[in-house]
Design a protein around this ligand. Sequence first.
Ligand SMILES: [Zn+2]
Length: 191
Amino acid sequence: MARHRTFNATKRGSSPRGPTKVLMSLNRLVLVINASYEPINICSARRAMTLVLKGTAMVQEVSAYVVRTSKITLPVPSVVRLQKYRRVPRQNRAVSRKGILFRDGYMCQYCRFKFAPARLTLDHVIPRSRAGGSTWDNLVAACVECNNRKGDRTPQEAGMPLAKQPTQISIHAKHRMLAGDEKTWERYLFY
Ligand SMILES: [Zn+2]
C-alpha cells in the first residue's frame, strides 16, 4: 500500500532563506502512525525528524516544506511511520492540557461558562485523593472558582453535575485542532 520514502539529504549551496523559515518548518505538526498504519500521535516536525534520524520511524509522506542548513536540505515529513509496532492502549494515550481544553470547548464543565485557556484549570472528576487518575476520562476543564468550590468531592457530592461525560479525544478531534489541515494525513485518519 505504501511507498516508503527514504530520508534523502540533498546537498545544496548556501540558502537564501533565513532561520525563521527553518524554525517554522520544524514546528510544523507531523502525524505519527504505527507500523500497522494506525494513527497514534501528532508531534512536531523536529521530534518526527529525530525519530527518523534515530531509525525509530521512517518518512511516510513528505510535506511541501524543507529544512535548510548551509549544506543540506531535508524534506520535512508530514507523516512518519514507526519501524516497529508499538502497543498503544487507548487509555494510556498522552493526556494533554491543550487537548482537554480543546475537547471541552474551553468551557468550564461545571458552570458552563467559556474562559480564556489561561483562566481554566484541569479538574479531576474523581479526586486524586480518591485514586482518581490523570486520564482523559477523569479530567475536565474547570474555571478556578468551580475547581475550588468542588474541592475533594465528586460532582454528585458537590451537587455540580458535569456538562458532559469526559472521553478520550479522538485523532479526528486532534486533526480538527490543527489550523491548516494536512491533506496527506487524510488517508491515515480512517477511524
Ligand atoms: Zn466554572
